[in-house]
Write a protein that binds this ligand. Structure first.
Ligand code: ADP
Length: 482
């Protein structure tokens, strides 16, 4: 396989997988979405709980510190003045990230942590506290940092000493928490991505039996109905049940197809002999019918031609039935196409009174075929060209030699065949234009028989056609090498 074909294959595969209407796409997206929502919810709940845990433990710590401060001041004030006791308690309880200060009822700060006395960044904490803070520890965002703060009235030896404020810096812990959340988010995204890929692969594998089923059924033709069966490998039990039901249905199709074929063959056989007799009698009556009136002669002519046409149709049906039952035998012999096709063309010219041009190859083209069958094929194709083009339009028959095959082309300048129908015209009873075909007397068996006969001789038949320009039927036959 070359690079371009490989890329094309990859592109087709990708397109198929990304088809929003495909089961594979819908299942993958659905399960991936549910997993993504699940993982994200778990991450969000963990983050919320962790945040609550950190903040609550710090709040509890600040509340305990507030209680211990009041107790310490009470104890120290028995040994020294109350302001000195406050300062002592502050020095004793203050840590690096905790600030304590006492504000007298007239708004003056009577004792404070050393860090506050030195000024600096913590001044903003004082400003927030001045605006009034709750007695229960609460979190405040100050200057891109986070603090837990509270302010309580301070009573020492039944005397009101104003308010004690506590502020605990939790910025470090909060940042660490946010880093942790970031990491958790990253891990979640990777987990969702990994899961999506794993789900896609798993679903693709699970749907493989369906793909097998599609491929096998697409390859089934009417002839293979009785011989072939669906075989699914590594399929789940539900699909095996479907496989069995499908195979039973194929069997029933095969039986009714066989019955139908047998019926057509029997009817054709039974009708052919009496109809041939009728046809013969009609023709001999016509020949000896000098004393018949003109309308009688006309009626007899129509009856004879219809009977002849029906006998031909029955012959075709029988021929097809024989081919399907492998009872059609070909007497393959060397045929020089240059001469043989010329004879058939001359015969057709007399019969149809049309301009039929013959263009043989300069080289001699000798093929292996059954003479009678090939004649039948050519007459059929020329007959179609005559039927489906206007009388003034020429018909051309070409004989060519190509690599290892002889080619016969029957070209007309008729209305052409739409692309969508080109492959269907070889089907039995398929007619492009019912009304026109009916008036021309066709039943849609000619090309089907042509294909059966040509393939029986080891050749192929195809059509190339363009609307309003005409059609070319191409017959290839195995060449006889000298
Ligand atoms: P029929 O007996 O109807 O001619 P055929 O099997 O020979 O049946 O052809 C099938 C259909 O293909 C025809 O009904 C006709 O519509 C179309 N067809 C065949 N040959 C030609 C042609 N040369 N030009 C246009 N249409 C054609």
């Amino acid at each position: 396989m070359n690079g371009l074909a490989w890329l094309q294959g990859l592109w087709e595969q990708g397109k198929q997988r990304l088809n929003p209407h495909s089961l594979q796409f819908q299942l993958t997206v659905g399960i991936a979405l549910v997993s993504a929502v699940g993982i994200s919810s778990i991450t969000a709940v963990i983050a919320w709980q962790l945040d609550r845990l950190i903040v609550t433990s710090h709040k509890r710590q600040v509340a305990t510190l507030a209680e211990r401060f009041t107790e310490s001041v009470e104890i120290y004030s028995e040994m020294m003045s109350t302001p000195a006791a406050m300062q002592r308690a502050i020095s004793h309880l203050t840590t690096g990230d905790t600030l304590i200060w006492v504000e007298s009822p007239d708004g003056e700060i009577v004792a404070m942590s050393e860090a506050l006395a030195m000024g600096g960044r913590d001044q903003q904490v004082l400003e927030i506290a001045e605006q009034g803070i709750s007695p229960i520890p609460e979190i405040y965002a100050i200057n891109q940092g986070y603090w837990i703060m509270c302010g309580n009235t301070l009573e020492v030896q039944q005397q009101d000493w104003g308010k004690v404020h506590l502020a605990h810096d939790i910025t470090g812990d909060q940042r660490m928490f946010y880093r942790l959340i970031g990491m958790l988010g990253g891990v979640s995204v990777v987990a969702i991505g990994g899961m999506t890929i794993a789900i896609a692969v798993y679903i693709q594998k699970s749907l493989k039996p369906l793909q097998q089923m599609r491929q096998q059924t697409a390859a089934l033709s009417a002839e293979q109905l009785g011989k072939e069966e669906l075989v699914l490998t590594n399929a789940p039990s539900e699909l095996h049940q479907l496989e069995t039901a499908f195979n039973q249905m194929l069997k029933r199709f095969h039986e009714s197809w066989e019955q139908q074929r047998q019926f057509v063959s029997n009817v054709s056989h039974e009708l052919r002999t009496p109809l041939t007799l009728v046809c013969g009698y009609l023709q001999s009556t016509l020949r000896r019918g000098q004393n018949l009136s003109e309308p009688q002669q006309e009626a007899l002519t129509i009856a004879a031609s219809e009977a002849k046409r029906t006998v031909q149709l029955l012959e075709d049906l029988l021929e097809l039935a024989r081919a399907e039952n492998h009872h059609l035998h070909f007497r393959q012999a060397p045929i020089l196409l240059n001469d043989f096709v010329r004879e058939v063309v001359d015969m057709s010219k007399q019969y149809s009174q049309r301009t039929i041009e013959f263009k043989p190859d300069r080289a001699l083209v000798e093929v292996l075929a059954d003479q009678d069958r090939l004649k039948q094929v050519l007459l059929n194709l020329i007959d179609n060209a005559v039927k489906y083009s206007e009388p003034e339009q020429p018909i051309t028959i070409i004989v060519e030699k190509e690599e290892n095959q002889g080619v016969i082309k029957v070209c007309d300048r008729g209305p052409g065949i739409p692309l969508a129908q080109q492959s269907r015209i070889f089907e039995r009873f398929y007619r492009l234009d019912e009304a026109r075909s009916r008036t021309e007397g066709g039943v849609g068996l000619g090309l089907s028989l042509v294909q059966t006969l040509v393939e029986g001789m080891g050749g192929t038949v195809s059509v190339r056609s363009q609307l309003q320009e005409g059609s070319t039927f191409i017959v290839t036959l195995p060449i006889l090498e000298n």
